[in-house]
Design a protein around this ligand. Structure first.
Ligand code: BEZ
Ligand code: FE
Length: 629
């Protein structure tokens, strides 16, 4: 089986997808085929080594949903779900294709929940139940204030409390999203601000009495406000501590109020004990009273480290496994609250400013960007001088840029970022032609040309005959596809770099149209390797790094056809001395080919050529528009 496994603690990257022997069920055990699993913040902490009692090496993962594939006959083929404070810590967890469980831990998955949904319930609802029902014994008609209500545990507690007939006041930095289950069950919401008097607001909402129960899913930064929100003999449930472990408590207030403080730790419930709780919770999912949190992102098991990183960065995420590789899911976690703008807290303060409900993707991009940008500065201990140099550099990159000078794009190219984005969006395992960056020399308004035309614009050089065919993934021709092509001359210069010599005329570029068989063909001159522009700020970087500035010989293509995803690519001469050393990293192997040299004779199209010439032939495969590449 495949599994994520770690044999030492560290960053999510210590989790390596590994081939392991299939686990075998001992007596009184069952083997589960994991269909979906989620990544909880505590899984991330487990791998980081900040949870107690982990025995290495270990497959992590607390929550799961799957199917019993071996064990007692009455359980064979049954869909089950679960979680456990020992799972992923002292017994192997769910971030694998298979896992074993004690038979006593088997609980039928609510039919109403998909495997993905079921796999994201465990920790949140078990600790929610443990704290609200078992520890605080919340009762019908009581009021509960839930701190961190927009997070995973808070959302579970709000639903549990509502099902018990309690009034629910949600407290958080931001309200739960309108689509979340918590939003549907809270009676009031208070924005958490450490400077605000939250206790007074809770008392105002409860007619001066205060909440019978406060469930604090944050802890530390919220403890004072949580205590101040309690009614006489109120119960405070504490499940975690964000920020400082130690807090000041006014003992006189505490005993006058006869406050009860109750710690609840889901880790103390092993997989069998947790199963008993899930058994009690199941009917509420079955009848729709409880809803799982929305799954926000999915990853395959092979991408486990990325899923962990997303949770570590507190990007709401969740995952689903493909048919044969299980995915991992992460979920919205409890909101952490802090207001001190120190090196440690500034990142979160900035991220909070992107808490806009208008566009989730925008929020995700900026929260993650801020995280990595800040982490970068912290990791390298960036000095003020270095920061200033960087700001000046970025400003100069912008200033030197113009419609004909794309220094910003060049910066992305020389840092390998353009190729990275291409690679991320490339559909792996398909026959679609790989893309390669556009580069700065594409020009709009280029001339159109008929098939067979000479597009060299009269520039001297070794004749080159290009023949191409454009097909779909099934190999069917794409008639009428438009083909933009452009390349340098035999000295490595594009037309736009020699406008004076060429009297502002276009050369070595054209827009062609494929015939009914998807074919296009043209004559031009053979290009050569050339340096990327080095006379601007990007040149300074390349010189300082002492790195190659050349691009191997290539021809550019930009192919568009209705119903297909546009393809921007390049074909490289595989015999070029700069292959493998492309200054912008675009010369991937799949795009390397022969620029075949021929002695004088008959060229494609039947013309007799009196000098040596070159031919280049390629079939371009386009992805259909709906393919989501
Ligand atoms: C080009 O191939 O035209 C090119 C691409 C990236 C940077 C510089 C040039
Ligand atoms: Fe180029």
């Amino acid at each position: 089986m495949r599994a994520l496994r770690f044999d030492h603690f560290g960053e999510p990257t210590v989790l390596q997808p590994t081939d392991m022997p299939d686990p075998v069920a001992a007596p009184q055990e069952a083997v589960i085929q994991v269909k979906a699993a989620s990544v909880n913040p505590s899984d991330v902490k487990n791998v980081a080594g900040t949870m107690e009692g982990t025995v290495l090496p270990r497959i992590p993962g607390r929550d799961f949903a799957g199917v019993v594939i071996s064990g007692p006959p009455e359980w064979q083929g049954v869909a089950v779900w679960g979680t456990g404070g020992d799972v992923g810590f002292t017994r192997d967890g769910s971030h694998a294709q298979l896992m074993t469980l004690p038979v006593d831990a088997l609980v039928r998955k609510p039919e109403r929940l998909s495997f993905e949904e079921a796999s994201s319930v465990g920790v949140n609802f078990v600790v929610g139940w443990l704290g609200a029902v078992e520890a605080a014994q919340l009762d019908e008609g009581e009021t509960i204030a839930v701190f961190g209500v927009s997070g995973g545990v808070g959302g579970a507690v709000a639903q549990i409390a509502r099902s018990l007939g309690a009034t629910v006041i949600g407290v958080d930095r931001r309200p739960p999203g309108p689509e979340t289950p918590a939003a549907a069950v809270i009676d009031d919401f208070i924005v958490f601000d450490p400077a605000a008097d939250i206790g007074a607001e809770v008392k105002r909402l409860t007619g001066g009495r205060g909440a019978h129960v406060v469930y604090d899913a944050v802890g530390g930064v919220t403890t004072a406000a949580a205590l101040a929100s309690l009614a006489h003999r109120g119960r405070l449930v504490v499940i975690s501590a964000v920020g400082a472990r130690a807090v000041e408590i006014d003992l006189i207030d505490l005993y006058h109020n006869e406050t009860r403080i109750l710690g609840s730790d889901s880790r103390k419930l092993d997989v069998v004990e947790s199963a008993r709780r899930l058994q009690r919770i199941s009917p509420y999912f079955e009848n729709g009273a409880f809803r799982p949190l929305p799954v926000a992102a999915s990853y395959s098991l092979e991408e486990g480290a990325v899923a962990y990183k997303a949770v570590a960065d507190r990007i709401p995420a969740a995952w689903s496994f493909g048919p044969d590789i299980q995915p991992i899911q992460s979920r919205r976690e409890a909101t952490k609250m802090s207001s001190n703008l120190t090196e440690q807290t500034i990142t979160e303060a900035v991220q909070r400013t992107f808490d806009t409900p208008t566009d989730e993707r925008f929020r995700q991009l900026f929260v993650c960007l801020v995280q990595h940008l800040h982490d970068f500065a912290r990791e390298v201990r960036l000095t003020g001088d270095e920061w200033f140099t960087a700001m000046d550099f970025v400003e100069r990159v912008g200033k030197v840029s113009s419609p004909t000078r794309q220094e910003v794009m060049l910066l992305s190219d020389i840092l390998g970022f353009s190729v990275l984005v291409d690679a991320i969006n490339q559909k792996s395992g398909s026959s679609v032609t790989d893309s390669a960056l556009l580069g700065p020399f594409y020009v709009e308004g280029r001339p159109t040309a008929d098939n067979g035309a000479d597009i060299s614009g009269g520039v001297a050089g070794t004749p080159m005959f290009v023949t191409g065919r454009i097909v779909d993934e099934q190999g069917r021709p794409i008639a009428g596809a438009h083909v933009d092509t452009w390349h340098s001359d035999g000295e490595g210069f594009y037309d736009v770099q020699q406008t004076e010599k060429l009297h502002d005329e276009f050369a070595m570029r054209a827009l062609l149209t494929a015939d009914d068989d998807g074919r296009f063909w043209y004559r031009s001159i053979t290009p050569r390797y050339y340096p990327v522009p080095t006379d601007g700020p990007c040149g300074e970087i390349m010189r300082a790094a002492n790195r190659p500035v050349m691009r191997p010989q290539h021809v550019h293509f930009w192919i568009h056809a209705e119903g297909y995803q546009p393809l921007i690519t390049q074909l490289f001469y595989r015999g070029d001395p700069y292959i493998g050393r492309d200054a912008v990293f675009a010369d991937v192997q799949s795009l390397q080919t022969d620029f075949v040299r021929h002695e004088p004779g008959i060229a494609p199209g039947g013309t007799t050529i009196e000098e040596p010439f070159v031919t280049l032939d390629w079939t371009f495969v386009l992805a259909a528009q709906s393919d989501g590449k």
